[in-house]
Design a protein around this ligand. Structure first.
Ligand code: AGP
Length: 579
């Protein structure tokens, strides 16, 4: 949520900052802004997306600056609330990702001392506090101010006439890039890749002073060393590569993502903590939660291990089951609720495992052990390839813990995804795009997929869509069925098929248009469907992977047909770093 980016080097900073912000826009796109430091501070900021233009960079001189792309929390998206924010004389500029929880009290206090505020944001207290603390040493001023800030922050600060940019973090991500005669700071590595593969992840409490001479990191009174790490994501991966949208590109990358994740995990040892586990609790949000729900079916059936799945945002209200391994699943590794869940598990002395896509992300530093999925950078706000990669991690774990029960299917999963990519979904898209409301239904492991299909549909097409366990739909939602309410039903072969088939007929009897995804060759099933989508693959694993891909494509093409902003749907942001 919100992206921050800073540059300190020898080139003109303004165009570099705007280009960097373009890469970060998926974290929030309500407004954007930059501040370039020279003898003074020059600020450009604007409501709306960068692509809508409005940034006049001509004549902005200076080789060091900071930028921000906003997901609004305090105050509506407008020019005034856009970052950077300044102190009273306009000599100190700050960009911030996170929330300052005690900002109201600080603001009153500062106003009483004569400070004038220009925005409704929580962030603006920071430059005013810095104004009072600054006596020529910017890093020292930041060190003095941060103990006063309650909440979470990743901050970048520059001051007029000051040769350094200062970075600080607490519970919000911040990474530094170590380039050739240029240093960078950003919320994640995507804008840094353009400049360097060498990065330094800051820890909570770190204050880094970044100048053309290098980086000095302090924690409290002491200087600290943080390792320089090499990122294995490439620049090409963060570009669209000829696809009209990142989401489509990312869906098409799924065969390789699935294979790469399985391949890499095979070469790794199974984490010790999994040996002899008595129970597991999986915590996650959104799409990652759906992946965890699906895992539960497999882990209980194939490994005989009791599994519980909780929404991370609700986990804090539950009592933890004694002894369970707690697994946090998060593509970004930065989702605030999932991090809080892992922290709670640690406080209660539970072993913790993180499953994530992002090297160096906060969750990797909280959990006892991390398993990485190999999805590469996911830019579209809608999670697609990361879901497939999460499934790959779970399939792998279930396979290891069950003594190889899934093994034969893992080597060919990518083929089922590949076949699904070739399906023509236009009749289904035509049927869905006219709907105001829809249902997605499934049974067993296909119930979480129905939830995920509905989430994809609603978040990018804005059609109201609900995922339901097919057996549950008669217990109320049936009242909503009508010829205007299409239902997408997942009906693969397997033990749930007869019950699922009956449910489809019951819904059809209410005049409901049915889009059915099932194995070809069953005439009765095809006849009851308004649109029948043949499901590629044979066996549970490939049916899960192919169904996922078909549901993603259905949402994608429906959203495109409706002219939606597929990669940056309204009100959303990729990484939810606030509770
Ligand atoms: C789904 O398309 C969303 N991007 C969202 O539900 C996401 O899965 C959720 O915010 C969790 O993110 P995480 O995996 O990075 O923790």
């Amino acid at each position: 949520m919100c992206g921050i980016f800073g540059y300190c080097g020898r080139r003109k900073a303004a165009p570099i900052l705007v280009e960097g912000l373009r890469h970060l826009e998926y974290r929030g796109y309500d407004s954007f802004g930059i501040a370039v430091a020279n003898d003074g501070i020059t600020v450009q900021k604007k409501q709306g997306k960068i692509s809508l233009g409005g940034a006049d960079l001509s004549g902005i001189k200076g080789t060091m600056g900071i930028g921000h792309t906003r997901w609004a929390t305090h105050g509506v998206p407008n020019d005034q609330n856009a970052h950077p924010h300044l102190d009273c004389p306009g000599k100190i500029a700050v960009v911030h990702n996170g929330i300052i929880e005690n900002y109201a009290a600080l603001k009153r206090e500062l106003q009483d001392r004569g400070h004038t505020f220009c925005s409704e944001t929580d962030t603006e207290v920071i430059p005013h506090l810095l104004e009072e603390a600054f006596q020529g040493d910017l890093a020292a001023a930041v060190e003095k101010v941060i103990p006063r800030l309650e909440g979470s922050y990743a901050l970048l600060v520059v001051a007029a006439g000051c040769p350094e940019m200062v970075a600080a973090r607490k519970r919000s991500p911040l990474v530094l890039g170590v380039g050739d005669r240029a240093f960078l700071a950003a919320s994640d590595v995507t804008p840094i890749l353009e400049h360097t593969e060498r990065v330094v992840y800051l820890e909570d409490g770190d204050v880094a002073s970044v100048s053309t001479k290098g980086i000095v990191i302090r924690q409290g009174e002491a200087n600290v060393e943080r390792p320089v790490q090499r990122i294995d994501w490439s620049l090409a991966e963060v570009k669209k590569g000829g696809f009209p949208h990142y989401m489509q590109k990312e869906i098409y990358e799924q065969p390789e993502v699935f294979s790469a994740t399985i391949r890499t995990l095979r070469d790794e040892e199974t984490p010790r903590m999994l040996e002899g586990i008595q129970g597991v609790t999986l915590v996650a949000c959104g799409t990652s939660y759906h992946a965890a729900l699906l895992c539960r079916y497999l882990i209980e059936e194939h490994c005989g291990i009791p599994a519980r799945v909780e929404l991370a945002s609700e986990f804090k209200y539950y009592t933890l089951p004694g002894g369970d391994l707690v697994v946090g699943v998060s593509q970004s590794g930065e989702t605030a609720d999932t991090l809080a869940a892992i922290e709670k598990a640690r406080m209660h002395n539970h072993p913790t495992l993180a499953i994530t896509n992002v090297l160096g992300s906060t969750i990797t530093r909280l959990a006892d052990h991390t398993l990485y999925m190999r999805a590469g950078p996911e830019i579209s706000v809608a999670a697609t390839k990361s879901f497939i990669a999460e499934l790959a991690v779970f399939f792998h774990l279930v396979d290891r813990l069950s003594g190889g029960k899934l093994e034969p299917a893992l080597g060919s999963g990518h083929l089922a995804i590949g076949e699904a990519l070739l399906q023509d979904l236009s009749p289904a898209v035509e049927l869905c795009m006219g709907a105001r409301s829809m249902f997605f239904v499934g049974r067993g492991p296909f119930y979480p997929l129905a939830l995920e299909g509905a989430l994809k549909m609603k978040e990018i097409s804005y059609i109201h869509a609900e995922g339901y366990a097919a057996g549950e739909i008669k217990h109320g939602p049936f009242a909503l069925l009508s010829p205007e309410t299409p239902v997408v039903a997942l009906c693969p072969p397997g033990p749930a098929f007869p019950a699922m088939f009956s449910n489809i007929k019951e819904m059809k009897a209410r005049g409901t248009p049915m889009v059915v995804i099932g194995a070809g060759g069953n005439q009765e099933l095809e006849e009851v469907s308004d649109v029948f989508i043949p499901l590629p693959g044979g066996g549970l694993v490939s049916h899960i992977l192919a169904s996922t891909t078909l549901l993603q494509l259905l949402a994608y093409h429906t959203a495109v047909a409706l002219g939606r902003d597929v990669d940056q749907p309204r009100n959303l942001a990729k990484s939810v770093t606030v509770e």
